[in-house]
Design a protein around this ligand. Sequence first.
Ligand code: 5GP
Length: 182
Amino acid sequence: MKDVNLSDINVLISESDINERVKQIANILNSDYNGEEVCAICVLKGSVMFFTDLVRNLNMPLTMEFIRLSSYGHSTSSSGMVNAVDIKLPDLTGKNVLIVEDIVDTGITAKFLLDYIAMNFKTKSTKFVALLDKKIARCADVHPDYYCFEIDDKFVVGYGLDYDGHFRNLKFIGYADKSILQ
Ligand code: 5GP
């Protein structure tokens, strides 16, 4: 992969816009779950920042689980296959499950996880919330129940999202021109 510098990254969504919107989505979830207990599942690594900011604004009784899926590897496009690096979960039967994803792109990862949960547990409810919805790239018939921002077909980094392992720590969401990434 090409070397990309911080100076190559353009801001797409600012830190303050992210903070404001995450709080808005948390308020909607607080209202929709109406005090019922939730098991929130963080899909590592990309959703780490979104997950920690979101759950700090949720006020229902809550447990947290962490799983790791990968579909991009060392690339800027989906491999079309999901690698379940670590998908150990407790029994979710009878629970309100909230999957927290960084970005829904082709939708293959989300579909894999929704199918996995449906096959293995009879949950009370299963919903999923995504930081970003890249609708234009969707292949699988899957749509987040909640999302913070819809984006164009750009490869984005920051706020948990990486380019070859880098830029996850940026406080904003940014993108590099395609010519720089190829
Ligand atoms: P999908 O299975 O929906 O195609 O892709 C899901 C995963 O691919 C995301 O959880 C994320 O890790 C990665 N991904 C998709 N689009 C982007 C992007 O624009 N930037 C980065 N850094 N990762 C992405």
